[in-house]
Design a protein around this ligand. Structure first.
Ligand code: NAD
Length: 371
């Protein structure tokens, strides 16, 4: 089997699907590993660090030869068209936004597996790229907050006086939020956090942060949150306002699967914040949790900086790529046997993560969008 790693083409994407260590693991499993020249360069993996790997100059030749193509960012139609009919493609797809790509996959009978569709069950934890990349984003969000803030995070006792530690408030204590809490704590800030899922209270407290119980709970299906009713939203905003007005850095990560990011911070709440306060809106990709967020931009309003970063994992490309590559290896190695891919459609992980196979759209929500 030939497995190929093209150079990512999305603007600003610095990650690569396989790092040299995981590429070598695939070679050990008996696969022929090919990388496009310079594929790992932006993640600080030069071509020569990939042992037992063939470096191919251009994407066209690489993709045409490959049995399996592994990517990070969603493929373009052009990339799909370069592939051999009936080959396999694995990566993020965001199919609802890329229906033309889905049609191209169907036409070329590509078997495609979407990393974001891997079910979040215990057995699939080591393959869960949503989690690995969210952890990277959460870490980086705290660093961005510290960087944009005009204040120190830690308490400092110096000859020039004592500096009080910053107050960081994290809204949404999922995978990204918990990593943001841990990072802000390591930098010495006092951290408070809030989530609509009560299960997060213990996790927040275990990281040394204070959990804000605002009396609004919204447990949804599969360990996720559900959308709040208008009444609950109003109650939440009223309860949050006081904490938001007192914090120095606010990190928001609230998301509802398959829905735009919930709007939790209206402009009037920003107006009530301290001058010099910072909002890092990690939900910017889905529209943002703050009314003033401009995805991909940093704006200032009344002395408050609102930063809406996009594709944050790509800003820590080396470790984000290593983690992603491990997710891919853990997903693929159980199905690679006897020199071929053995797809067990009774396996929940295979069945649920498959987007297209043999000209068919296997994912129900995508099928109803495309057909
Ligand atoms: P996510 O990115 O969908 O959402 C981020 C957080 O925002 C969630 O914790 C959610 O509860 C919260 N949120 C949503 N609406 C909110 C609101 N109005 N106000 C405040 N907070 C709000 O979630 P995620 O981080 O991808 O995952 C959430 C949880 O799923 C995890 O913490 C975990 O419990 C579970 N999970 C399980 C597995 C597994 O078992 N394999 C893997 C990953 C995640």
């Amino acid at each position: 089997i030939k497995i190929a790693v093209p150079k990512e083409t999305a603007q600003g994407e610095r990650r690569v699907a396989l790092d040299p260590t995981v590429a070598a693991r695939f070679a050990k499993l008996g696969l022929e590993v090919m990388i496009q020249k310079g594929a790992g360069r932006d993640a600080q993996f030069p071509d020569e660090t990939y042992a037992d790997t063939r470096v191919v100059d251009d994407a066209k030749t690489l993709m045409a030869e490959a049995d399996i193509v592994v990517k990070v960012a969603p493929p373009t139609q052009e990339e799909v068209n370069m592939m051999k009919d009936g080959a396999t493609l694995i990566g993020f797809f965001h199919a609802h936004k890329n229906t033309d790509v889905v049609k191209a996959l169907q036409k070329k009978k590509i078997t495609s597996f979407a990393m974001e569709l891997i079910p979040r069950i215990s057995r699939a934890q080591s393959m869960d790229a949503l989690s690995s990349q969210a952890a990277v984003a959460g870490y980086k969000a705290a660093i961005m907050g510290a960087d944009l803030s005009c204040r120190f995070f830690p308490m400092l006792t110096t000859a020039a006086g004592t500096i009080r530690p910053s107050k960081v408030l994290v809204i949404g204590a999922g995978v990204a939020g918990l990593q943001a809490i841990a990072t802000a704590r390591r930098l010495g800030a006092i951290v408070e956090a809030y989530d609509v899922r009560s299960a997060t209270k213990e996790q927040v407290e275990s990281l040394g942060a204070k959990f804000l119980d605002l009396g609004v709970k919204a447990e949804g299906e599969g360990g996720y949150a559900r959308e709040l009713t208008d009444e609950e939203k109003a109650k939440q905003q009223e309860a949050l306002a006081r904490f938001i007005s007192q914090c120095d850095v606010l990190i928001t990560t609230a998301a509802i699967p398959g829905r735009p990011s919930p709007m939790l911070i209206p402009q009037k709440m920003v107006d009530g914040m301290k001058s010099g306060a910072v909002i890092i809106d990690l939900a910017a990709e889905g529209g943002g949790n703050c009314e003033l967020t401009k995805p991909g931009k940093t704006v200032t309003k009344g002395g408050v900086t609102i930063h809406g970063p996009l594709n944050v994992p790509s800003q820590v490309p080396l470790h984000a790529s290593e983690m992603y590559a491990k997710n891919l290896l853990n997903f693929l190695s159980p199905v690679l046997a006897d020199g071929k891919l053995n797809l067990d459609w009774n396996d929940e992980i295979i069945a649920k993560s498959c987007l297209t196979h043999d000209g068919e759209i296997k994912h129900d929500a995508t099928r109803s969008l495309v057909e």
